[in-house]
Design a protein around this ligand. Structure first.
Ligand code: ADP
Ligand code: MG
Length: 698
């Protein structure tokens, strides 16, 4: 038997070249193996066929078999509906359609045997099933089946008559054409350790389970396997890196660090900040390269940690750079950091894309000579012309905007890769962190600096604008500043821009006694900067903006954040925006303005915001509501989200087990060289061998 991955799907009976092309284009299925690994997204219990006479008040989705006896329509216009009388000899039930009446009557004939699925409900004393799923009775499949798997198909496939049932049949015929068992894809140790089904059973039951228990166990095995190889890949990479790559050893805490700590630092550090610095200190003293992720909610005080980390490098004779995702944020870091370091006489420079050649040259020269000790900037730091004398520490702020590949680019800035501290204010659910950042060590700042009052978040509907304006005026009269944020989503950019500009005009008219700034992404950087600075200096009291202010901007006197059309933002983004206020000692507010008629999910999202300020709770909720693939940072990561069957939002426990087992395997055989781990090496290669490999970066 050749490898299933070498068998072209077009040779499978019932497929042929046309369907093969369709499967390849729509689902990426090219080989027998691809099809076998295309799993159902849901199952319906078909092991039991009910009789109509058995139907009672509380039934879930059930299966019936019988014939349509007649069709009638009732009602007029929008209320018109089609009703079919369906009989199985024990009684009759009404089938009801509110849409697609013509299609239904043409497609489903009277007097033909059908299997039908649906949920019966009682209406006017009679049971009916609205929009049932109807299939021709198919004896081959129907007789053998327990649970029926449902497969995702696309519109294109459906119009070419390849639906879930067609796929199911193809897989059925594929499964029956395989002679002899498939090769096991995990080792006996792993199978035993995690108490898994064998691969043959699992593949059979994932498609053709007899019972729910079969299905669950098959899913468990396949999810485990997927997560196991992912973790094995990440962990092996991380171990090889620490094994192969040395790092600069920062032997001492020196004068700059100590002077900063005792003479300059304007507050005492929180316990969490101290702990993070201890973690970092241990890393950089170890002789291995540091790769640490620092998670801390907005306002938790990460900047000071970044700065003090940079000082550790400087004390040991190295340069440091701090990279931010936007020009505004880079500029803000530059200002606060260069001001704080002034007494130490260290040269700090700012390098962003908008810097002119004339301004760049002296900076680049200073970098090359080692005179510039800290370089702060944006992506511009990654450019080839930026050459350091001796870069020892890289701090990446707001990591979720930087991909793994970009992280890697920075390493090439020195012959020995510098230490890397990645900071993010987007709390990442643990399961996600174990995958996206699975190769990093993690520190967390949970505490906010003392004296902060929790931000109060209120939901308000658009029709309460007068009330909103009154409370804004009260805050302004107390000398506070206000942000008003509008969505600007690319797809509806024009109308969004219009509502932003209109909003700006309205705000100016409503508050003539105050000055209003505006920033949005379409402005020139200088202009943006100027508007921003007016707000920072309190020359403007109101800032109308798009999400460009989302990241990092720090104006402690701003106490109100109004978010217009809040329903259009994701949770993580709302949380980021909210973090722009509550940075001083005053009570701050976040007001989420929205339409009244919200979809349930959307309302839920906004309610979560009102209920909690805890970024981790919000992140977990966000992942549950949206699924991990949409989480910020996951697209760029390039891994993990091609998960076929596992779901990071739901399979946290399986993930943990998979990670533990992978760790155990590597403890005993770091390079997977032992003969008994041959299978693991082979599968790892199959899964991750060809992809862009950050394993090669080192
Ligand atoms: P973020 O983690 O969002 O980057 P910042 O580093 O911008 O937070 O810190 C937010 C504010 O808190 C800044 O004004 C900073 O000076 C202040 N801050 C940081 N640490 C402390 C502390 N230990 N005590 C008091 N204020 C602090
Ligand atoms: Mg910050």
């Amino acid at each position: 038997m050749p490898e299933l991955s070498d068998l072209d799907i077009k040779y499978l009976p019932g497929v042929g070249p046309k369907r093969a092309e369709l499967l390849a284009r729509e689902l990426g299925i090219r080989s027998y193996r691809d099809l076998l690994y295309y799993f159902p997204y849901k199952y319906i219990d078909r092991s039991k066929t009910y009789r109509i006479s058995e139907i009672n008040g509380s039934m879930p989705y059930i299966q019936l078999r019988g014939r349509i006896i007649s069709y009638t329509t009732q009602g007029e216009g929008a209320r018109r509906r089609l009703i079919a009388t369906f009989s199985d000899g024990t009684g009759t039930i009404d089938l009801v359609w509110f849409k697609g009446i013509r299609y239904v009557t043409e497609r489903y004939k009277t007097g033909v045997d059908y299997t039908l699925f649906g949920k019966p409900t009682l209406f006017n004393g009679r049971y009916n099933i609205a929009h049932p799923e109807i299939d021709l009775v198919d004896d081959i499949i129907d007789k053998n089946i327990g649970l029926q798997g449902y497969y995702t198909t696309t519109e294109r496939m459906k119009s070419a008559f390849v639906n879930s049932k067609t796929l199911h049949k193809m897989i059925y015929s594929l499964w029956n054409s395989i002679h002899g068992p498939l090769e096991e894809t995990l080792t006996p140790e792993v199978i035993e350790r995690a108490r898994l089904m064998g691969i043959n059973e699992a593949l059979c039951y994932i498609h053709f389970p007899r019972t729910i228990d079969d299905m669950r166990r098959a899913q468990f095995r396949l999810k485990f396997e997927e997560l196991f190889y992912l973790q094995l890949h990440i962990l092996r990479y991380a171990r090889m890196r620490t094994r192969n790559i040395g790092g600069f050893r920062f032997a001492r805490i020196g004068e700059y660090f100590n002077r900063f700590y005792s003479e300059i630092l304007p507050f005492s550090l929180t316990d969490d900040q101290k702990q993070v610095l201890r973690d970092i200190r241990a890393d950089v003293g170890s002789g291995r390269q540091m790769n640490r992720l620092l998670q801390g909610d907005v306002g938790s005080g990460k900047t000071i940690v970044a700065l003090m980390t940079a000082l550790m490098a400087i004390d040991n004779g190295y340069q440091a750079c701090i990279m931010a995702p936007t020009e505004i944020l880079a500029a803000q870091h530059y200002e606060s950091i260069s001001e704080m370091l002034m007494p130490l006489g260290l040269r700090v420079e700012l390098l962003t894309g908008s810097r002119r050649k004339r301004e760049r040259e002296p900076i680049l020269a200073g970098l090359a000579s080692g005179d510039v000790r800290i370089l702060i900037g944006t992506h511009a730091l990654l450019e080839e012309g930026v050459v350091f004398n001796n870069l020892g520490m890289v701090v990446i702020d707001e990591q979720h905007r930087f991909g793994v590949a970009q992280r890697a680019k920075l390493w090439s800035k020195n012959t020995i890769p510098p230490h890397v501290l990645v900071m993010t204010a987007t709390p990442i659910p643990r399961t996600l962190a174990m995958t996206v950042y699975g190769d990093l060590d993690v520190s967390v700042i949970k505490q906010l600096p003392p004296g902060r009052k929790p931000i109060q978040t209120l939901l308000q509907y658009d029709n309460k604008r007068a009330q909103l304006n009154a409370s804004l005026r009260r805050q302004l009269q107390m000398g506070r500043q206000v942000y008003i944020v509008y969505p600007l989503i690319e797809e509806s950019e024009k109308s969004d821009m219009k509502s932003l500009l209109e909003g700006f005009e309205t705000v100016k008219k409503t508050f003539p006694e105050y000055t209003v700034s505006m920033v949005h992404g379409k402005m020139k950087p200088v202009e943006k900067e100027e508007q921003m600075q007016r707000f920072v200096r309190n020359e403007a009291q109101i800032m109308v903006a798009t999400t460009v202010i989302e990241v990092g901007v720090n104006v402690p006197n701003a106490t109100v954040m109004v978010i217009e059309n809040a329903e259009r933002f994701g949770l993580a983004q709302l949380h980021q925006l909210r973090g722009r206020v509550g940075r001083g000692g005053e009570q701050s507010y976040c007001i989420l303005m929205s339409r009244y008629d919200l979809a349930q999910d959307t309302r839920k999202r906004l309610e979560i915001m009102a209920e909690t300020n805890d970024g981790f709770i919000i992140a977990e909720a966000d992942m549950r509501l949206r699924g991990p693939g949409d989480m910020e940072g996951t697209q760029q990561s390039g891994i993990a989200f091609e998960l076929h069957i596992a779901n990071l939002a739901q399979d946290g426990q399986i993930l943990q087990l998979a990670r533990d087992v992978a760790q155990e395997v590597l403890e005993k055989d770091e390079l997977l060289e032992l003969p008994r781990n041959y299978t693991l090496r082979k599968e790892l290669n199959r899964n991750y061998g060809k992809k862009v490999n950050w394993g090669q970066i080192s």
